[in-house]
Write a protein that binds this ligand. Structure first.
Ligand code: HEM
Length: 300
């Protein structure tokens, strides 16, 4: 194997292993936080107390934040790596579906974590999410109530999803995909040192009190593109239909050849259809990445 080939194959094997060590630290720090976190009443004050009054609370918060972000970013890179090398061809449709669905759930876990901070940004993100769900025709109100409700219990359902349902579901969905559940000592060591150094030396961003007046409220980094869409498109289209179409196209990608083949089209057309979808997805990922960067630098 050539030198660049060896480097890329090493990176490919590091991504999931480091991701697993980040997941491990994220779950451990999450269990510590859950002892102090109260999803009812003044959530912002409760989170501030965890940061300032609970012994090492600030440290566990910062480790949890960094481990959660690292886990999801590493899983995203790992999936992108498989996608770009067209490794989805070796998976059955059911397994590819499970993997893409669990990656989407990882992002939903990050999103609910963002809401749980209980500050202005978290509260706004939760409100926007609730408004988008309520716009679903016919059953919107009922569907929204399954995820988030207004009033004193606003944080309760995101809390249940974040701390219990989603981590359990993600682990269940990826169970067959993971060959070794315990990251090797080397990866665990690098992950722990990296995240501990981050928590010790990087100052957390300021949590904005819910009643503070601010001009722009930014959502989590992966939501910035959707926030830009929301400015120009109806909420249902920007917040649900476009993301759902993207995920749907990603899911059917391995089966595209079979679907077109079943229509008894010429082999060259089947090939062009498969490649067309692949490059369309790459273009969409690049466009969304650009919107995310633009939102991070100049605001959504
Ligand atoms: C895949 C797993 C998980 C990911 C990716 C994740 C990620 C996050 C993120 C990014 C935050 C926001 C932190 C901040 O901005 O300060 C957060 C908050 C929180 N997470 Fe998790 N988490 C996960 C699992 C868990 C588990 C299993 C628990 C508890 C059993 C938990 C408990 C909490 C609590 C209580 C908060 C709110 C307190 C705070 O903001 O520091 N998390 N999580």
């Amino acid at each position: 194997m050539s030198f660049p080939g060896r480097i890329t194959s090493k990176i490919s094997s590091f991504l999931p292993r480091l991701g697993l060590s980040a997941l491990f630290l994220c779950l451990v720090s999450g269990v510590v936080l859950v002892f102090y976190y109260r999803p009812m009443g003044n959530v912002f004050q409760n989170v501030e107390e965890i940061t300032t009054a609970v012994p090492y609370g600030w440290f566990f918060r910062q480790v949890h934040y960094a481990a959660g972000q690292s886990f999801v970013i590493l899983m995203l890179l790992h999936t992108l790596d498989h996608f770009l090398r067209k490794r989805y061809r070796i998976y059955s449709l059911a397994e590819w579906l499970r993997l893409i669905f669990s990656l989407s759930l990882c992002f939903y876990t990050l999103f609910t974590g963002f809401v749980l901070k209980g500050d202005k940004e978290g509260f706004f993100a939760g409100r926007i999410f609730m408004n988008i769900l309520e716009k679903i025709p016919v059953a919107g109100g009922t569907i929204a109530k399954l995820f988030i409700v207004p009033g004193d219990s606003f944080f309760f359902l995101p809390y249940l999803y974040h701390c219990f349902f989603l981590p359990i579901l993600i682990v269940y969905l990826i169970r067959k995909h993971i060959r070794e559940w315990f990251p090797s000592q080397g990866f665990m060591f690098i992950g722990t040192i990296g995240l501990f150094l981050y928590a010790l030396f990087i100052k957390p961003s300021m949590d904005i009190p819910p009643e503070a007046p601010v001009d722009i409220v930014k959502g989590p980094w992966f939501f910035l593109g959707i926030q830009t869409f929301l400015k120009v498109l109806p909420p249902l289209l920007a917040g649900l239909i476009i993301p759902a179409v993207f995920v749907g196209c990603l899911i059917i990608l391995p089966a595209m050849g079979n679907i077109l083949g079943a229509l008894s089209l010429k082999e060259s057309i089947v090939h062009a259809g498969e490649n067309g979808l692949y490059y369309l997805l790459i273009a969409s990922i690049c466009a969304y990445g650009f919107l995310t960067l633009k939102g991070a630098i100049w605001g959504p």
